[in-house]
Structures are given as structure tokens and as C-alpha cells.
Design a protein around this ligand. Sequence first.
Ligand code: NDP
Ligand SMILES: Nc1nc(O)c(N)c(N[C@@H]2O[C@H](COP(=O)(O)O)[C@@H](O)[C@H]2O)n1
Length: 255
Amino acid sequence: MDHGTTGGLEEPYYAQARDFVQRHLPPCSGLQVTLTYAQSLDGMIAARPGQQLLLSSRAAMAMTHRMRAHHDAILVGIGTVLADDPQLSARLLPSSEMPCHPQPVVLDPHLRMPATARLLSGPRADPRLHSPWIIAGPHADPAKRQELQRLGATVISVDQVDQQGRPLLDAVAAELSRRGVRRLMVEGGAHIIQAFLASVLVNTLVVTIAPVFVGVGGVTAACASAAHAQTFPNIRPLAYEQFGTDVVMVASVQQ
Ligand SMILES: NC(=O)C1=CN([C@@H]2O[C@H](COP(=O)(O)OP(=O)(O)OC[C@H]3O[C@@H](n4cnc5c(N)ncnc54)[C@H](OP(=O)(O)O)[C@@H]3O)[C@@H](O)[C@H]2O)C=CC1
Ligand SMILES: Nc1nc(O)c(N)c(N[C@@H]2O[C@H](COP(=O)(O)O)[C@@H](O)[C@H]2O)n1
């Protein structure tokens, strides 16, 4: 992957993406959390569990990369790493605008991160990429921790966990703040979207809606029961804008 090119995107995409992000994301005071994902018209983020589905048009993807560049850190769950093997970089931006990519963060309580993950190998090839921070629970395997650290990752233990041994998001947010993160972008997947919606941490929601139907068997954006979904916060849409064939909604989250 050539991180120094524009990825073939036309200039108007960049200008629209830059203006959109500058206009709609709030100024930073304390930890600002942006939750963002792309979904189909029937509310799916993937066609099958554990599989990646490219929903965003090129213009919407340019907006996502611009948004990544606006944040200090990009967080996903280990399910997304296993399914997508993501890079979480802002590589679609011209390198002159992106001297250093945001910090990848993976919520991985039991250290299931594969040694072959691109998040680990990427920074060895490109000094502008950061090795990932991996948030582990207290019972993670010490040998796996050592292996991941040897591969460049920083494994951060968060001891405050829920009944499933998963780090409490408040504690994760506090730890990221302590490490200097001011703007955090959460990109999924389904379990992480649900967990953040149920927390009081999200300030802004950005959803790309692609004009496709995925159908039964797809992965819903937040895998919540109706009862659980009742605990989600109220959303106040601020803007809808078309990017290529997609519509992007920006909303503030009322906690
Ligand atoms: N369209 C889009 O924009 C996006 C789509 N996706 C898609 O989503 C799918 C992956 O979603 P999913 O499988 O739900 O994986 P997630 O990325 O949501 O990761 C879930 C895992 O995260 C760990 N975890 C850590 N803390 C928590 C917490 N507080 N609550 C819940 N889980 C926690 C758990 O690991 P453990 O079980 O080890 O405890 C859990 O199994 C893929 O198909 C991917 O392609 C992903 C991102 C964006
Ligand atoms: N914005 C957006 N649109 C889609 O259609 C998607 N499938 C995703 N997925 C998220 O982006 C990650 C992959 O991107 P990189 O290769 O890291 O650039 C993926 O892991 C999801 O977090 N996003």
C-alpha cells in the first residue's frame, strides 16, 4: 500500500470531507468520543458474522479517513480485527496532510490478536504508523502478552471488568485520557457499538448509510435486544450529507 498517494480519489472528495468534518465535530474539552460505522438500508454492518463487507462509497471512505485524521486514536473490538484485519490509518489523505497516523486501539480482553495482524506488521514498514495499544483484561495469558509486546504492541491491562471479564468502558476511557487521547473514534464492530451506545461516553454519532440491502443473516449495527436498546441514548441529528452514493448522518448524543 502506498501511503504517500491520494489513493486515486478526486480532489472534490477531499474538500467535501474536510469541510464536513470541520463543520460538524465539536471542539475538544475532556475526552470526545465519536462513534462511527457504515450500514446498509436494512441496518447491517456485515453480510455474515466474522466477515467484512465494504459498504461505503469512495467518497464516504474519504470522509471516514478524514475523520480518522481528526482523532488521536481509533478503537475497534477484537472481533473486527479477526474479521477485517484492518489498518485503521488515514492513508487516503495526502501524506503532506498526514505526517503521523492516529493511534490504533484494540479492545481484546483475552488477547486473541493474531501475530500476523496488519496492525502489528504495518508499523514495521511505515514509520508514520503507530503500533497498536491492546486493552486486555486481568486474566489475559502472560505468554501471549509477551509475544504481542515483542511484536511492538503495547498491552495495557485494565483490571476493572464486567462479569464476562471485559474491561469497563469508563476505565478504558480514563486510561486512554491518561495516555493523552483527547479525541477517540470508535469504529465497531457490532458488540463494541452496542457497548458504547449503552455507555455515557459517546458525544457524536456518524453513520454512513449505503443504498444496499444485505438481508437475513447479516450483522446488525448494534446486536442489542429490544430491552437493551431501550437503554440507548437519544440521538439528535445535526446534519445529513450525501457522499457519493451514500448518505452520512452526524448526530449529537444526548447523555
Ligand atoms: N460496516 C462497518 O462500519 C463496520 C463493520 N464491522 C464488522 O463487524 C463485525 C465484527 O463485529 P463483532 O464480531 O461484534 O466484533 P467487535 O469488533 O465488536 O468485537 C467484539 C469483541 O470485543 C471484545 N470486547 C472488549 N470489550 C468489550 C465490551 N465492553 N463489550 C463487548 N465486547 C468487548 C470481546 O472479546 P472477547 O470475546 O475476547 O471478550 C468481544 O467478543 C465484522 O463482520 C466487521 O466486518 C466492524 C466495524 C465497522
Ligand atoms: N466507513 C466504513 N465503511 C465500510 O463499508 C466498512 N466496512 C468500514 N469498516 C471499518 O473500517 C475498517 C477497515 O478499514 P481499513 O482497512 O482499516 O482502512 C474495518 O475494520 C472497520 O472498522 N468502515
